[in-house]
Every structure is written in C-alpha cells, then in structure tokens.
Ligand binder design. Structure first.
Ligand code: 5AD
Ligand code: SF4
Length: 463
C-alpha cells in the first residue's frame, strides 16, 4: 500500500520541530552500520533532520542528536553498536540535552530492545525498520514529553513515498525498488527484521530516478534483497529486467547498477538485457554462499553447484567483460572438508572478480541457529582462510585482464592520500586512481588502466 496521507502527516511533524528549532544551531550525527539498504534509509533520516533545521556533523561528540542505524546480519555488527553506545553515555553526561536515537534491523529483535531498556536507559528513541517514515512524529513525542519513546512494528505493507532525503553523493544514488525478503535462507536474519517482500510501483521508481537525474545524478543503484523477484504482488505486470532497462534509458542516467541478485531467480531475460544495454554496469553481484550441494540445501538456497556454474558460464559467454562478484559463508553447521573443496572448486571455475567472505554467525531465531554440528572457532577460521586465499587469487587474476585497456570511469572523488590524484570506478566496479587534470567529481572520463594493483588500478586519463 502506498500512503500519501501518511507522508503529509509526517511533513507536518517535521514542520513543528523546525519551528521549535528555529533560531538555534542544533547539530545531528548519523551513524550507519550495515548494507546499502541501511545507507539509503539513513539518507532519508538525514533528509528529515535537515528539514527540521538540524545541521550535519561527522562527530558524535559535537551533536545534539545522534541517530544510530543498526545492522544485525552478523554478531560483530551488534557488538560494534554496544561499544558506540557505551561511548555515547559520556557525551550525554557532558550534554544532558543530547537526544540518542536507535533504529534499524537490530531493533526488530525483542532481546535487543530488552537489553537497551535495562542497560542503556539514556537512549531516548527506539524504532525499527518498518516505521522509519514516522521518525519526525516519534522525535516530536520525545521532545514534547522528555520520555523515552519505543515504537517497533512487527510488519507493514505501507510504502511511504515523497519524504525528504539527503544524498551522501551528489552524482550517484541508491534507489529502493523493493523492501523485505521472502527467501528465508536458513542462516539469515533479514526476513525476520525486514519483513515480507514488497515491491515499489514501477512508476514511483522511475519518477524518483527521473527526479534524481534532473538533480545531477548520473549513476543509480537499484536496491533490493532479491531484485530478481521484483514485481511480485504489483497490479502491473513488470519484470526486473524491464524495470532495469527502463531505468537505464532515462535521460541523464549514464550508469545503472543493481544489488542483490539471487541465483535461483536470475533469468535469461535479465542476462540479455544487461548485454544489450551498455548503460547497465558490466557487473553482477551473485551470492554463492557455498559450493556444496549438501550445504546449499541446508541453507535453503534452492540451487545446486551445477546450476550456479551454468549461470556463471552463461553470463561470461554472453557478456565477456562482465565482472562477477559474490558472497561466501564458511563454517556453516556441519560443513566438512569436502564441502569446502566444492566451494573452492566453484571459485576456481567461475574465477570470481571479487568476493566477500564471512565466517558463519549464529543468529537467534533462524533455522540454522538450532542445527546440530556447529563448528569450532578454529575449524571455521581454517575454512575461512582457505576460501579467502582462493578468492584473492582469482580476483587478482581477473583484474589483470583489463590492464592496458581504456575504460569509462565515473570520477567519485579526490584521492584521500594524495590530493593530486582522482579516484573513480569502471563499469565493472573496480577502483582506478589517476592524475587530477582538472575534471570534476561526478563526470565520466576515459582512463587507460596502466597498472593493476590487485583490487585497483593506477591509470592515466586519455584525452
Ligand atoms: N553469518 C554469516 N554471514 C551471513 N550473511 C548473512 N547472514 C549471515 C550469517 N548468519 C552474509 C551472506 C549474505 C551477506 C549480505 O551476508 O553471505 O549474502
Ligand atoms: Fe537473507 Fe537469503 Fe533474503 Fe539474502 S535472499 S536477505 S541471504 S534470506
């Protein structure tokens, strides 16, 4: 359900807070943990805060309001939040008016909210993933009453459009195309904390991208947990491939990326669409998770090693310059030597251009958390090291294939270590550093990739 009434209500709360804040210089600090979905949600929160009159600061210690957008996909994300909250207690001591807000995936877990209630009483506002559009209303209640406000929804079918957003980059932006996930991979907490899959209407997405393009955005990243199943439940019949193609044909949009694809839903239509439209990036992130059929079945992934190899082969045959990156989990319950051998075999055969490797992390409430055969820390580490070594080899080898070629590069910024250099990305997503000859950030330039340094290149701009 798309609710324009709700967005109007929220804009009224934003206005009320803006009036209260007028004449005062109040600063906010936004801290984001986790994935691009959270980054995108935080851009919306920042947009709302700026409309309320708050000014951004990068430092929690200088802020009058801190908002932590949390992640719970692996345990270390949880630990990082508690560390940060411990430090924030000191800031609150120095500035008792400081407002501390918590939102995002971790807050959807009951045991987390209980822990915050007992151990972090100085937190002012807690809300979850389903009601971030209500931020202004909830913050208003905190300011008015001085009480702690907690509002966590278990589910929603609401998609609230047209609230303000503050983009991190002027020239590129993420665009949500769907929320939630219905896949229930057995290790994954996401379906529990982000709810059921809901697609945004095609028209809303396309209008947002058009507006971004007229505001100077040249690259968009279409975001969803499983973009290949986009469109389910919409009254209009539209596939992800159609949406992607339409996005890539919008005037002013020069590059379109998307994240994340699930191998079980990757269609021939999508592969052909990428091949035929050069605006679509030559990059696909296609999480493998494991190369072992037995583990894949326990993970509830609905594909086999052979299925994955067939897909990768199709991608490489139809689009030879595509880069394929992946996610791999090592140490899933019951994983053995021969399972890891299968994973290493897939890495070798697909020759991944890049991979995020994770040690399995037990998430309370998921099916895998109660499986027998949880691995020891040592075994997990051993498997992890072997997988990591192999993906480093293949990604280095793959990056070498572009050495010497001239590529279109989107200039993303001035090099942090050396301001005489610029940093950009090629369509395949690899980073390139090259001498700053006066081009502006956000423009596309031709760069020769002179030297491959493993994950990045040193290049020269070609005139
Ligand atoms: N343990 C380790 N890695 C996980 N991921 C998701 N859940 C877990 C978990 N419990 C990884 C998957 C996913 C990526 C975003 O995070 O590889 O693709
Ligand atoms: Fe988690 Fe699987 Fe959904 Fe990805 S597809 S968010 S891994 S349940």
């Amino acid at each position: 359900m798309n609710d324009s009434f709700e967005s109007e209500r929220q804009l009224e709360y934003i206005e009320k807070i803006r009036k209260q804040n007028s004449g005062r210089t109040l600063k906010y600090c936004s801290v984001v943990f986790g994935c691009q979905m959270n980054e995108k949600d935080s851009e919306k929160l920042c947009g709302m805060l700026e409309c309320m009159g708050y000014i951004k600061t990068e430092y929690e210690k200088d802020a009058d309001l801190i908002i932590y957008n949390t992640c719970t996909v692996r345990e270390n994300a949880d630990k990082r939040l508690y560390g940060r909250l411990g430090v924030a207690k000191q800031y609150k001591r120095d500035n008792p008016d400081l407002i501390i807000c918590l939102c995002g995936c971790m807050m959807q877990e009951e045991h987390v909210v209980q822990k915050i209630n007992t151990s972090y009483p100085y937190v002012n506002l807690i809300f979850g993933t389903h009601n971030i559009f209500k931020f202004a209303e909830l913050l208003y209640a905190v300011i008015e009453t001085g009480d702690r406000v907690t509002d966590i929804w278990k589910e929603t079918d609401l998609i609230v459009e047209d609230l303000p957003s503050r983009r991190k980059y002027p020239f590129k932006s993420g665009v949500n195309i769907m929320f939630g996930c219905d896949n229930f991979c057995s290790y994954c907490i996401v379906p529990y904390v982000r709810g059921r899959e809901r697609s945004r209407k095609r028209e809303d997405i396309i209008n947002e991208i058009r507006a971004l393009a007229s505001d100077g955005v040249v690259e968009v990243m279409l975001l969803g947990q499983n973009v290949n199943s986009y469109g389910k439940g919409l009254s209009e019949s539209v596939s992800f491939a159609e949406l992607l193609d339409e996005a890539a044909n919008i005037d002013g949009i020069k590059r379109v990326r998307f994240m994340t694809s699930h191998p079980k839903d990757l269609s021939d239509e999508l592969i052909d669409t990428i091949r035929d439209n050069p605006v679509i990036a030559r990059h696909i992130h296609l999480p493998l998770q494991s190369g072992s059929d037995r583990i894949l079945s326990l993970m509830n992934r609905h594909y086999t090693k052979e299925d994955y190899l067939r897909l990768a082969d199709q991608l490489r045959t139809k689009i030879p310059d595509i880069s394929i990156t992946t996610d791999i989990i090592t140490g899933f319950p019951t994983e053995e030597e021969k399972d890891v051998e299968d994973t290493l075999d897939v890495i070798d055969k697909v020759c991944f251009d890049g991979a995020f490797t994770f040690e399995y992390s037990k998430r309370t409430g998921t099916a895998a958390a109660v499986m027998d055969g949880q691995l020891s820390k040592e075994k997990m580490q051993e498997f992890f090291d072997r997988v990591l070594k192999k993906v480093q080899e293949t990604s280095k080898k793959q990056a070498m294939r572009f050495e010497g070629s001239e590529m279109d590069v989107l200039v993303e910024g001035i090099n942090e270590k050396d301001p005489s250099m610029l940093t950009g990305r090629i369509s395949q997503n690899n980073v390139v550093h090259f001498k700053n000859c006066g081009v502006s950030v956000g423009s596309f330039v031709k760069v020769r990739l002179d030297e491959c340094q493993g994950f990045y290149y040193n290049g020269t701009q070609v005139f």
